[in-house]
Write a protein that binds this ligand. Structure first.
Ligand SMILES: [Zn+2]
Length: 461
């Protein structure tokens, strides 16, 4: 796919510093006009036209040229009065007429291809490759990577590309030839606390609070063990989050992990804090140090809807009589993977009456889980096999007494049927006793950040 980046007005960086801030607040088009004025009104800025031309041609680079462009005075808009207040030509006027081109690397692209496309001097490519440490990077370009070229008349004057999130490679032309430097762009972590109330959706509320979708997903993941974000979140539910923002060179780069969060669902508050243990593992815990994970998945399948709830007495559509429904039915497309709800041992895998193809898993703590109407079993699903939570054991089907593809799921404790949607699930292992003191010390300020009074911007640092 053609991608276009345009470094319009790049050469404006050489403008005199006397230009007022108000000038920079003008639109890009105005800046183009101003640039024209600064350079004697002889050249038209190429920005918009170059982008449009390249987009329609499907090419993947965009070039902008500074002084030296053919003059098209007739197409230059008349300068506004404010423009005439701009400072007279500065040092930029004496600079060589360099062009800049941003290239997005496509799959199977090579630097050689790119040099040929841009009609750059291949001798410069050879000297670029001969720079210490350059060859390895330049020969392993990543698709999607952005390369910023500065050139003139086919000669390379500069190349900038990002080596990783915190390092930039900068090649520049010196009198002695091309020279490469690695610039450090250290990442900075800023803590931010935001709060919001859900009106329509969690995503909207998190976005309105100023965090991104990835943070909304992370929030749902943290509390997904206690709250069903598909079915149970209601208008009026509220959240507070303290999360990291990653900044680079004074600019926001991305959201980092959530460090602490509270979510109020139907008036009931859940809290979580992230703890990285001395062995490097990061997990979320309650303020008391209990795991937010449960020993069982609430639903062992990605379902489209609950087609039948747990019910001690309901009309059975096939048997045509009142019968208890001692599990929950999760409607899902045929072949959807079914996962072991918790660690355990397979007790039964085979055909059993109205259940059709059935798997039973025996867990510790007297729990047994049951999965019915399966279309087929996973390869390693055999009696006696140990399974871990989340392992695919079978696939959704409609074997046995079923009117459509769904998983019939049961949760039994000491042989008693419990409602899988509401049963209190046992927790996973709590914070390791060795790290408890450290956990409490480090989580206290994070949890306190959730209770801080919000400022006017709902931000605390
Ligand atoms: Zn059922």
């Amino acid at each position: 796919m053609a991608l276009i980046l345009h470094r319009a007005l790049n050469q404006l960086s050489g403008l005199p510093r006397r230009v007022s801030a108000a000038f920079w607040l003008q639109s890009g088009a105005c800046a183009v006009v101003a640039w024209t004025l600064l350079h004697g009104g002889t050249a038209v800025a190429p920005a918009a036209r170059t982008v449009a031309d390249n987009a329609s041609a499907g090419s993947m680079e965009a070039t902008s040229s500074a002084p030296g462009m053919p003059a098209h005075p007739a197409s230059a808009p008349p300068p506004s009065s404010s423009m005439q207040l701009v400072a007279p030509p500065g040092p930029a006027a004496e600079q060589p007429a360099l062009s800049t081109t941003d290239v997005i690397v496509t799959p199977n692209d090579t630097l050689d291809h790119i040099f040929r496309r841009l009609k750059l001097n291949l001798a410069d490519l050879a000297s670029l490759r001969s720079l210490p440490g350059m060859r390895a990077h330049l020969d392993s370009l990543r698709p999607g990577e952005s390369l910023h070229f500065t050139h003139k008349d086919g000669a390379l004057f500069g190349l900038e590309c990002r080596l990783n999130e915190s390092q930039t490679l900068k090649v520049s032309r010196e009198p002695s030839g091309l020279k490469a430097d690695v610039l450090q762009n250290p990442l900075e972590t800023r803590s931010r606390t935001v709060r919001g109330v859900i009106d329509h959706s969690l995503f909207e509320a998190v976005a309105a609070a100023g965090a991104n979708d990835q943070t909304a997903v992370a929030l749902a993941d943290i509390f997904g063990w206690d709250i069903d974000f598909v079915l149970d979140v209601r208008p009026g539910d509220a959240f507070v989050l303290t999360y990291d923002q990653i900044w680079r060179d004074g600019a926001y780069l991305k959201d980092g992990p959530i460090q602490a969060a509270a979510f109020v669902n139907h008036g009931r508050e859940f809290r979580a804090v992230r703890y990285t243990d001395p062995e490097g593992g990061s997990h979320y815990y309650t303020p008391e140090g209990r795991s937010l994970h449960k020993a069982f998945l609430r639903a062992p399948v990605d379902f489209t809807r609950v087609s039948s709830r747990f019910n001690s007495a309901r009309w059975h559509p096939i048997l045509n009589r009142i019968r208890a429904h001692q599990g929950v039915d999760y409607a899902a497309p045929l072949g959807t993977p079914v996962r072991a709800a918790g660690d355990g041992r397979i007790r039964f895998a085979g055909r059993k009456g109205g259940y059709g193809n059935l798997v039973e898993i025996e867990h510790s703590s007297s729990v047994m889980t049951v999965y019915g109407h399966l279309s087929r079993f996973a390869k390693e699903t055999r009696v006696g096999t140990h399974v871990t939570q989340g392992k695919v054991i079978a696939y959704v089907g409609m074997t046995g007494l079923a009117t459509g593809p769904h998983l019939h799921y049961e949760y039994r404790v000491n042989g008693v049927f419990k409602n899988p949607q509401t049963v209190i699930l046992p927790g996973a292992a709590p914070i390791d006793a060795r790290w408890r003191v450290d956990f409490l010390a480090r989580s206290a300020p994070l949890l306190a950040s959730l209770d801080a009074q919000p400022g006017p911007m709902l931000v605390s640092r």
